[in-house]
Ligand binder design. Sequence first.
Ligand SMILES: [Zn+2]
Length: 318
Amino acid sequence: MANNMTETIEKTEMSEDSAKISAKTSTDMAGQSWFNRPVPGVKQQLTPQLTAVETEPSTKCPNCLSMITNTALIFNCYVCPHCDHHLAMTARERLQWFLEQVDGEIGQEFVAKDPLGFVDSKPYPERMTQAQTKTGESEALIVLYGKLRNLEVVACAFDFQFMGGSMGSVVGDRFVQAAEKSLAERKPLVCFAASGGARMQEGLLSLMQMARTAAAVERLRLAGIPYIVVLTNPVYGGVTASLAMLGDIHLAEPKAMIGFAGKRVIEQTVRETLEEPFQRAEFLLEHGVVDEVVHRHQMIDTIYRLLAKLCHQPNVDA
Ligand SMILES: [Zn+2]
């Protein structure tokens, strides 16, 4: 009896083992567990695999809303690989992308003051501190000098993230200093504009910068030193009305909005409904305001070739 019992237990254990083995084999054979096996008539809800976009820091394209990894975006010069939309660049990113070799920065010694004691929803100094913390820059215009291939150039760029790239007295100071360096060293000046206009917190002092910067550009013109303006999205107000429209050549990025006053203000003034693209770079090219609309991927090459021609450089790349 006892022997029979032992035999029965052994048989049961053996049959369990063989069942496990056969189950495992059938799972392996099917290549998936029974849990994931499709059942006719039942919709499958599989957990989606995380893509690179979901695991890496990414940015959403404001035009086509697709997610682009920051690495891909930087690699593509901040142009959306899906819809070719030109995303905004900070001033420093722009200049470091543009200059092959940076030799130095100028204008850092200028600090904004609050001559009017201006307060709107916040005091002006508080707004400045906030903008400085947000962008890591001390003002809305950055001036670097260095090399664009074999050409020595002075280049400045507006940071739209810094109080809308508005032109206060420090922006004027820095631009004038950039122009004076160009003049003294006979190096061409390139300006990447992106601004909402004059800085209302500095009142008349910011409006004065229009005359100051225009005078600085005029000195360059008289000395025969090239000044190229690149209009990026957006350029408005006092910046359009001064330094951004006084270049020897005006290039623009695709679909950049360029104007003096906004659409609504013009419509209220002229009492007419205006067509939507009338302030776009492409429309302005057709009407002679802009000399060329240039894709960001061709921008450095275009500026280099133009400057090399204007500076009478013999070794111009084709
Ligand atoms: Zn896009």
